[in-house]
Design a protein around this ligand. Structure first.
Ligand SMILES: Nc1nc2c(c(=O)[nH]1)N[C@H]1C(S)=C(S)[C@@H](COP(=O)(O)OP(=O)(O)OC[C@H]3O[C@@H](n4cnc5c(=O)[nH]c(N)nc54)[C@H](O)[C@@H]3O)O[C@H]1N2
Ligand SMILES: Nc1nc2c(c(=O)[nH]1)N[C@H]1C(S)=C(S)[C@@H](COP(=O)(O)OP(=O)(O)OC[C@H]3O[C@@H](n4cnc5c(=O)[nH]c(N)nc54)[C@H](O)[C@@H]3O)O[C@H]1N2
Ligand SMILES: [Mo]
Length: 722
């Protein structure tokens, strides 16, 4: 007998930056169709990945039972075991390894995926903290450079509200491609509304991105990793032509004079002119001067830099320079302007109840601070020297104490991460994962990383357990459990509870799951039962403007910096005395730039952008989405012609770290000298170790930027016909 079916509104959760609303139709205990938000405006409409989520839930390759490795690490041979055996093994290995080598020898990594209120990156961490502690990582791959720069300049991170774009006369989208990466819900809608109301758009990107196609009045192609030079030359034009807003700088900032000395060449004899920046960036001097004049004289104007140019070596400087330009033009704290921040809708909502705590990690206790950490993060984990930067994990596993790391790392427990695929230098990671004594992974699929695990613990999707997610709207969306977990897969909390039991820990959960969720979410949504029934609480503030209060009433609203002002010159950075983290924003040439001798061998700059058919590596295996666009390396026709490559040819992309074979997409939509291999494709080595999946991290370098930026867009390669 079939039932009539029921539709549920469910907040989506997959680390794509949105938390859009799905309308999930369920019949006879199975999902039959997924639609989108059809409730009141603003509608939180989802994109193709959510629409295809049914295929993810029912994917034939989902891991539905606990698995134990049968073959070599990486071979992908496993056999089914019971939950009892799986959890007993993980608990036993934690006990054995932490007793033999100390708890710091156990490393816990969780980097993304679902970020619900109760099922999230901290769930399993709490178990290990209760059991005696473990080592953890620091650094947000997305935007650590921006975090660092924000904390140094404004004291706090800030984000622009895309709905406010309609008030901008000019918007400079710097490496920003919201048509694909969305960054919140409804960004494209805001772009179109602004376009229709007359906003002029300039896109600065080595690629003629989908966003450029949609809205750009002008496209400025630029060599990756050289954005800071162009921004600093824009400052040169503004200063020498007297276009900068001196009153704003006097009133709200400190240290502009130091920056001015640097820009004009009084500090070291090099004037940072447009001609200087042209040689570095490939952007014509007259284009740079034009950008500077237009940005300084159009009011209000929004400079909206994305995270991607900050994911380069010394990416911190790019964000510091963007903030400085925003201050020089007085565009901070006003409608239609921008603090030089990312574009994500943000606004106020009532606070939630306290989140579930990890309860303190014994391995963190007593750790000295990192010398390059800002005070605002020192009291918190990321400022501790004991933490490993997310780019250096595999180096740390390979070298341990002998390499200057805090511990020798013997065990790795991973949740919500496809680390091998998503972090740099895959071939090095392969060696590191082979070296571990024990490796356990919580997964939904047999990912390239999971293939190296000794034990795989199957996790269910967000449609198979109850939680709530927060979107930048701001909105909070409920996630009802619309179907039962498939196979023997379990939720994060269930897995962690099982592990806690095996470790003999009591009090992992001090209340039932439903109460746990309610106590966190109800303070922000009011009536809990009504919220659950409706599925979403949307808060509708006017478009938010970061730092409005600090600008309108500075006496009562100082910036949370040591001076209370916007710090163009940062005393905190000066005190670090690190020339690679200078007190004022400076252009520092990246490693693997075109001036590097390595460019003789590897003359092409690689960028690794985010792809519309995936959320990182998630969905790479989903057939409906694979139909959209094959994984390929985008290259300019000039670079293709000189190599005898035609559109669709198989090509070899390589450098000293790795190699891959994949199709070439020959196009005019990327500048000569730059190639793009979108991140997230699954690493799939052939018998010779050549990747056939198109995973760009076989090529990227595992070295962190000094402030913690993740330099995935700093990488030289060569391409030849395969
Ligand atoms: N070259 C290059 N590399 C990059 C980037 C880049 O720009 N260039 N970007 C970086 C950025 S910004 C980020 S944020 C990282 C992301 O890198 P990761 O955090 O590794 O992200 P995902 O690829 O989404 O992998 C999440 C994994 O968790 C699994 N998983 C386990 N439990 C759950 C669950 O409950 N729910 C869900 N949804 N999944 C679960 C999923 O199946 C998936 O395999 O990648 C980084 N890597
Ligand atoms: N569809 C989809 N959306 C996503 C994600 C996803 O995986 N898929 N991931 C989400 C997450 S976690 C994150 S962190 C964000 C990432 O968001 P972003 O970092 O903004 O995304 P990217 O696609 O890496 O880069 C955006 C543009 O910057 C350009 N670019 C690269 N390097 C440079 C440079 O050096 N200078 C300049 N000027 N431009 C450069 C690229 O060509 C690209 O068009 O996206 C989020 N949204
Ligand atoms: Mo990210």
């Amino acid at each position: 007998m079939t039932d009539a079916g029921k539709a549920f509104y469910v907040g989506a959760d997959m680390n794509c930056g949105g938390a859009c609303l799905l309308k999930v139709h369920v019949r006879d205990g199975a999902i039959v169709r997924i639609e989108t938000d059809d409730t009141e405006e603003p509608q939180l409409r989802n994109c193709l990945r959510c629409r295809a989520y049914r295929q993810r839930v029912y994917a034939p390759d989902r891991v539905l039972y606990p698995l134990k490795r049968d073959g070599e690490r990486g071979e992908g041979k496993f056999r089914r075991i019971s939950w009892d055996e799986a959890l007993e093994t993980v608990a036993g290995e934690y006990r054995r390894i932490s007793e033999t080598h100390g708890p710091a020898s156990v490393l816990y990594i969780a980097t993304g995926a679902d970020m619900g209120q109760i099922h999230n990156m901290k769930t399993a961490l709490r178990v290990f903290c209760m059991a005696g502690g473990c080592s953890t990582i620091w650094g947000i791959a997305s935007n650590e450079g921006w975090m660092f720069a924000s904390q140094a300049t404004y004291g706090v991170p800030s984000a622009n509200d895309h709905r406010d774009l309609i008030n901008s006369k000019l918007a400079i989208l710097w490496g920003l491609n919201p048509v694909v990466v969305i960054d919140g819900c409804g960004t494209s809608y805001s772009l179109i509304r602004a376009k229709e109301s007359g906003t002029r758009f300039i896109v600065v990107d080595p690629k003629f991105s989908d966003t450029a196609v949609l809205v750009a009045d002008q496209w400025v192609p630029i060599r990756p990793g050289t954005d800071t030079a162009v921004m600093i030359a824009m400052a040169y034009v503004m200063i020498t032509e007297g276009l900068h807003n001196k009153e704003f700088l006097d009133k709200y900032t400190v240290g502009f004079e130091h920056f001015e000395d640097y820009v004009l060449g009084k500090e070291d004899g090099t004037a940072r002119t447009p001609a200087w920046a042209e040689r570095i960036s490939g952007v014509p001097a007259r284009t740079i001067a034009g950008l500077a004049r237009e940005y300084a004289t159009t009011r209000p104007a929004a400079l909206l830099p994305s995270k991607a140019p900050g994911r380069t070596a010394y990416g911190e400087q790019y964000h510091r320079a963007a903030f400085t330009l925003a201050a020089m033009t007085g565009n901070i704290g006003i409608h239609g302007g921008s603090a030089g921040s990312e574009i994500t809708q943000r606004g106020e909502r009532p606070p939630m109840g306290p989140a579930m705590r990890t309860g303190g990690n014994a391995v963190d206790a007593g750790s000295p601070r990192r010398p390059d950490a800002l005070p605002s993060v020192i009291s918190k984990g990321p400022g501790l020297a004991v933490r490993i930067h997310n780019n250096e994990v595999m180096d740390a596993i390979l070298k341990g104490k002998a390499g200057g790391y805090y511990s020798d790392y013997k065990m790795l427990y991973m949740a919500n991460s496809n680390y091998l695929n998503q972090y740099p230098n895959v071939n090095k990671a392969v060696a590191a994962l082979r070296k571990l004594e024990f490796f356990a992974v919580q997964e939904q699929f047999l990912t390239p990383t999971a293939k190296f695990a000794d034990i795989i613990l199957p996790t269910c999707t967000f449609l198979e357990r109850a939680d709530a997610v927060e979107g930048a709207g701001p909105h909070i969306a409920y996630q009802p459990k619309v179907i039962s977990p498939l196979g023997e897969s379990r939720s994060h909390l269930d897995i962690s509870q099982g592990l806690a039991d095996k470790l003999g820990l009591s009090g992992f959960l001090d209340k039932p799951e439903e109460e746990l969720l309610r106590d966190i979410v109800a303070p922000a949504v009011g009536d809990w039962e009504k919220f659950k029934e409706k599925g979403v609480q949307k808060y509708y503030p006017e478009p938010g403007v970061p730092f409005k209060a600090q600008i309108e009433d500075p006496a009562n609203n100082p910036f949370p910096t040591p001076s209370g002002k916007i710090e163009i010159y940062s005393r905190l950075l000066a005190d670090m005395n690190n020339p690679l983290l200078p007190a004022i924003p400076k252009y520092i040439e990246t490693w693997e730039s075109l001036n590097d001798p390595l460019a003789g061998k590897y003359p092409l700059q690689l960028v690794t952008s985010h792809h519309r058919r995936r959320a990182h590596s998630q969905f790479d295996n989903i057939p409906w989405l694979r139909e959209l666009e094959p994984q390929a390396v985008k290259m300019n026709s000039r670079d293709a012609r000189s190599r005898g490559i035609k559109d669709g040819d198989m090509v070899r992309v390589f450098n000293d770290r790795g190699r891959m074979i994949l199709p070439a997409k020959v196009t005019e939509r990327i500048m000569p000298g730059v190639v793009d291999i979108p991140e997230g494709a699954w690493y799939d080595p052939d018998a010779n170790g050549t990747d056939r999946g198109g995973c760009p991290n076989v090529l990227t370098r595992d070295r962190r930027s000094p402030g913690g930026a993740f330099p995935a867009n700093t990488c030289l390669v060569q391409i030849e016909k395969a």
